[in-house]
Design a protein around this ligand. Structure first.
Ligand SMILES: [Zn+2]
Length: 58
């Protein structure tokens, strides 16, 4: 059974492997927020948001 973490953005409970947790250094997002980030690429003029995205997505 995988441990449960909280999504950084919406605080939803998400199931991720510990390996993923360490790879992401604890910066975990649920699939919904990942999708939202992807769709926000066109309007990605927010510097902090872009920085955050680069931490969470690779
Ligand atoms: Zn989320």
């Amino acid at each position: 059974m995988s441990p449960i973490f909280k999504c950084l953005l919406c605080r939803k409970d998400i199931e991720r492997s510990k390996k993923t947790f360490w790879v992401k250094k604890g910066h975990l997002l649920c699939s919904t927020c990942l999708d939202n980030m992807d769709s926000d690429k066109k309007t990605g003029d927010n510097e902090n948001f872009g920085k955050f995205r680069s931490i969470c997505i690779n």
